[in-house]
Ligand binder design. Structure first.
Ligand code: NAD
Length: 421
């Protein structure tokens, strides 16, 4: 397949290529090696005719991209969203390669998506689309080939349908074909909280490095979904003061700290953090400019940009979201001396516990929650220490250091394997 290298500016794939080039330059990587690992190994585009509830047929477009499988099967989520494009899926699959390599789990990077709006679809339509999509990508997925997981607007129920569709074609139950499954179908304890817990682990490591106490540290969390709310809850438990949080409907603030368990209940009841008793409503940009020690962007891509980065006062920015800083914002924060924990390290807890889920499935084991969490902490802290060592040694940002560590591991595997035929 002809791969289009021309990408419009400000698209995530261009960002992924820029990050790669920055790290490859520091490593002095030769062009022939760069060429082998820069582009996705495999891109599958599928057309999905679905019978809608009104009797008409709609054709959706789906993608599965395997960026690199030199270190193991491709691993990465499936996104159902109206803005899914091939470039977005390629970028996300590239980040997955580096993410798995940073935490040193034996996976490559993959990602999938269907351009659709599940909010406008019935459960039946989503199930039929999921099963047809699974069938269409079936030749390239499997426990040893490519293992999908949930991403934006996909969940454990959708993983159960993928697993069932795959298993029906094999004639027996294959739990290891996806992760993020319901606990009753081979899911792992701790998977749901894993991303936020991993974010918290890396914040603890950063605070120790900066000789900063988490006790009474002021925290701001942008995005109070899965990753953001778990991170806020764990920081609250470490006696930090979470003074402001936001979601898509707005931001709230209390200088003395928000009561996080009550806020989680409020969000569950009302669907938003806005209107939480005892809080003041502020704008998203006012929230980013608040005096604080730790900022956790846990919403979407490019939320921190040239227009608001200069106002940030935090000492630590922990990227729970994928790509929350534009390259401009990244440069502004670097200049200000802010300690940025990059996404491929910071939010790797999710894929790490996905790996634990797959290991349990493949060995027919069921680990206790405490075992999952302590293994996760070990993986996150080791990766943090390795990235920090490269940062200090090479005098580069944590982002470039994380990319260097990841690229080095992928290059080593690529060289050892050689070129077939
Ligand atoms: P989620 O849907 O549970 O939460 C997203 C939150 O962001 C919601 O509270 C939403 O209201 C909020 N939000 C959306 N638009 C916003 C805006 N304009 N301003 C402020 N808040 C806004 O999703 P999640 O799983 O928590 O994922 C969040 C980020 O973390 C994404 O970038 C995702 O790729 C990344 N991530 C998640 C996982 C995981 O396992 N959940 C793993 C790795 C990375």
């Amino acid at each position: 397949m002809e791969v289009n290298l021309e990408v419009p500016s400000c698209n995530p794939y261009q960002q992924a290529l820029q990050n790669f080039t920055a790290a490859a330059d520091v490593l002095g990587l030769e062009e022939d090696v760069r060429a082998q690992i820069r582009e996705p190994e495999r891109v599958l585009i599928v057309s999905l005719p679905i019978r809608m509830d009104n009797g008409h047929v709609r054709c959706f477009t789906g993608y599965r991209v395997q960026h690199n499988t030199s270190r193991g099967p491709a691993k990465g989520g499936i996104r159902f969203h109206p803005q899914v494009t091939l470039d977005e899926v390629k970028a996300l699959s590239t980040w997955m390669t580096w993410k798995c390599a940073v935490v040193n789990i034996p996976y490559g990077g993959g990602k999938g998506g269907v351009t659709c709006n599940p909010k406008d679809m019935s459960m039946g339509e989503i199930e039929r689309m999921t099963r047809r999509y699974t069938h269409a990508i079936l030749p390239i997925i499997g426990p040893g080939q490519d293992i999908p997981a949930p991403d934006v607007y996909t969940n454990s129920q959708i993983m159960a349908w993928i697993m069932d569709t795959y298993s029906m074609t094999r004639g027996y139950l294959v739990t290891g074909v996806v992760t993020g499954k319901p606990i009753g179908l081979g899911g792992s304890l701790g998977r749901n909280e894993a991303t936020g817990r991993g974010v918290f682990n890396t914040i603890e490591c950063a605070a120790t490095h900066l000789r900063m106490s988490l006790k009474e540290a002021k925290v701001v969390v942008q995005g109070f979904g899965n990753a953001g709310s778990v991170t806020a809850h764990l920081l609250d438990g470490a006696q930090s003061d979470v003074v402001a949080v936001s979601d898509s409907r707005g931001a709230i603030y209390n200088a003395d700290g928000l009561h996080i368990p009550k806020l989680m209940l409020h969000k569950e009841r009302t669907g938003s953090v806005v209107g939480f008793p005892g809080s003041e409503t502020i704008t998203q940009d006012e929230m980013l400019a608040l005096p604080c020690d730790i900022l956790v962007p846990a919403a979407l891509e490019n939320m921190v940009h040239a227009g608001n980065a200069a106002s940030i006062k935090a000492r630590i920015v922990a990227e729970a979201a994928n790509g929350p800083l534009t390259p401009d914002a990244d440069a502004i924060l670097e200049e200000k001396g802010v300690f940025v924990i990059p996404d491929i390290l910071c939010n790797a807890g999710g894929v790490t516990v996905s790996y634990f889920e797959w290991v349990q499935n493949e060995q027919h084991l069921m680990w206790e929650l405490q075992e999952v969490n302590s293994r996760l902490e070990k993986v996150m802290c080791k990766a943090f220490a390795e990235v920090l060592e490269i940062k200090l040694d090479r005098r580069v940002s944590m982002r470039t250091a994380a990319n260097i560590l990841a690229i080095r591991r992928v290059v080593e595997a690529t060289r050892l394997r050689g070129i077939y035929p």
